[in-house]
Ligand binder design. Structure first.
Ligand SMILES: Nc1ncnc2c1ncn2[C@@H]1O[C@H](COP(=O)(O)OP(=O)(O)OP(=O)(O)O)[C@@H](O)[C@H]1O
Length: 224
């Protein structure tokens, strides 16, 4: 479903991503790990169409990323950014309705509320500024799923979320992958979370620390 061919990204002389090539199939859940500054968020931002690569070809479900016209690609992508991107002064309900209006799918309030409940968030009528950090992350996740994306890109989505909710969200995401064929790329520094959730793991950056750690633990690792 997703093909990434010979992707490069530089800022001036600073090469961040060099010759990245990989393929993702429907329902794949792939971890993306590497040390701070390895380029994980940069790669996810490019896949999410938020940054342009310096070179390389990207194809999603047969459609090539054309950087002047990305709406068809964007419809298929859900992105959970590292920074929480929600309206603090609105309630959970108002945030969900706001983002539903921006999306191209029509969802009833009941469906939107159920999505929050799937993320273990039950503060429907409460203003976001009264929520804990972990609850805001749950809302961030629920928002990314409103338009039923085919490819879900998650940048450290569960930082600060309690362990029980984390495990419940992981099983929800696994269901999305197996039942609806959603493919996911999941950045985390939590190797237990990565090993619990992901079928295989992509490692980037110069340091092979993660490769060794995960291989020793029996995880399938691919160095990009
Ligand atoms: N707009 C920018 N201009 C110049 N350099 C940038 C810019 N954005 C990111 N970088 C650099 O690109 C490199 C990769 O950053 P990126 O955020 O992708 O790393 P990361 O692997 O996600 O790190 P972390 O684990 O800390 O989140 C870093 O060296 C960073 O300083």
């Amino acid at each position: 479903m997703l093909q990434v061919e010979a992707l490069h990204k530089s800022y001036g002389n600073h090469v961040i991503l060099e010759d990245i090539t990989f393929t993702l199939e429907k329902g794949d859940i792939v971890g993306l790990v590497g040390e701070n500054g390895a380029g994980k968020s940069t790669l996810l931002h490019i896949l999410a169409t938020l940054q342009k690569p310096s070179k390389g070809k990207l194809t999603l479900n047969g459609m090539t990323y054309h950087w002047k016209s990305l709406s068809h690609i964007r419809r298929q992508i859900g992105f959970v950014p590292q920074e929480i991107a929600i309206w603090d002064h609105l309630t959970v309900e108002e945030n969900m309705v706001f983002f539903e209006k921006l999306s191209w799918k029509n969802k009833s309030k009941e469906e939107l509320q159920n999505l929050c409940l799937d993320m273990k968030l039950n503060r429907w009528k409460e203003p976001v500024h009264t929520l804990s950090g972990g609850m805001k992350r749950k809302l961030n996740l629920a928002i990314s799923l409103i338009h039923e994306p085919k490819l879900l890109l998650l940048d450290e989505p569960t930082v600060g979320i309690d362990l029980k909710s984390k495990q419940e969200i992981a099983s929800y995401l696994k269901d999305l992958a197996t039942k609806r064929g959603v493919a996911m790329i999941y950045i985390s520094h939590d190797m237990n979370e990565i090993m619990n959730l992901c079928d295989q793991v992509f490692c980037i950056g110069d340091d092979s620390f993660y490769d060794r750690l995960l291989t020793q633990a029996g995880q399938e690792v691919i160095r990009l």
